[in-house]
Write a protein that binds this ligand. Structure first.
Ligand SMILES: CC(C)(COP(=O)(O)OP(=O)(O)OC[C@H]1O[C@@H](n2cnc3c(N)ncnc32)[C@H](O)[C@@H]1OP(=O)(O)O)[C@@H](O)C(=O)NCCC(=O)NCCS
Length: 181
């Protein structure tokens, strides 16, 4: 198992956006403009975004839309210099626990067919590939894989999350668990 860098995860705020944009530019060919993030965190009541910090550095972020009992993961990214240290895992754990605490039963997302790292991360959390959106990423003419996980509030999923959380439970940690309501 790779090293674990324990991070503190908090809601994303406007003052985080410069650091988010630096990661966006280094990560995605077609990245979101800053205004899209600002709009998400200030105007979209269905959207929830979180930032992971190691010491004072913003090392990753993720977001979700919660519509009735479905959660749609909109983005997740880790700073290129901090990848492979279980930060993506901690972010996804936090996001799914949050979604479950808000009443979500299902989670879904789109991911590039070529993005094996992200697909592996999602599979670790029980996501399954359930379909393809042809040419979803039009600029690169690439398909999206649709992935889906459920039941977020069921015993099996809770046990899976518990198992995934064990490495973060060892020693001192800022890692926070959200108790499902
Ligand atoms: C996908 C991403 C968020 C993963 O974050 P990370 O902190 O590097 O990943 P973690 O260290 O938490 O790894 C968790 C699991 O993800 C998978 N994974 C992560 N990096 C991987 C890689 N380079 N190759 C294959 N699988 C990988 C593995 O299953 C890993 O578990 P393991 O260590 O037990 O094998 C990160 O690579 C990233 O920011 N990529 C660019 C942005 C992106 O593609 N976002 C997804 C858009 S849908």
């Amino acid at each position: 198992m790779s090293d674990v860098l324990r991070v503190s995860i908090q809601p994303l705020v406007e003052s985080d956006i410069d650091e988010v944009m630096s990661i966006e530019r280094q990560t995605f060919k077609s990245y979101w403009p800053a205004v899209a993030f600002i709009n998400e965190i200030t105007n979209n009541r269905l959207a929830f975004y979180f930032a992971a910090r190691y010491e004072k550095i913003l090392v990753g972020y993720t977001g979700i839309w919660i519509v009735l009992d479905e959660a749609h993961i909109t983005t997740i990214a880790v700073h290129p210099e901090y990848r492979g240290k279980k930060i993506g895992e901690q972010l996804l754990f936090h996001l799914l626990a949050f979604a479950s605490s808000k009443g979500s039963r299902w989670a879904t997302l789109e991911v590039r067919e070529s993005n094996q790292a992200a697909q592996n991360l999602y599979k670790k959390f029980g996501f399954l590939s359930v379909g393809i959106r042809k040419n979803y990423y039009m600029e690169e003419n690439e398909n999206a894989v649709i992935m889906w996980a459920g039941n977020l509030r069921g015993e099996n999923f809770k046990l899976k999350l518990q198992k995934l959380k064990e490495p973060f439970d060892k020693g001192e940690s800022d890692f926070q668990e959200i108790q499902p309501s």
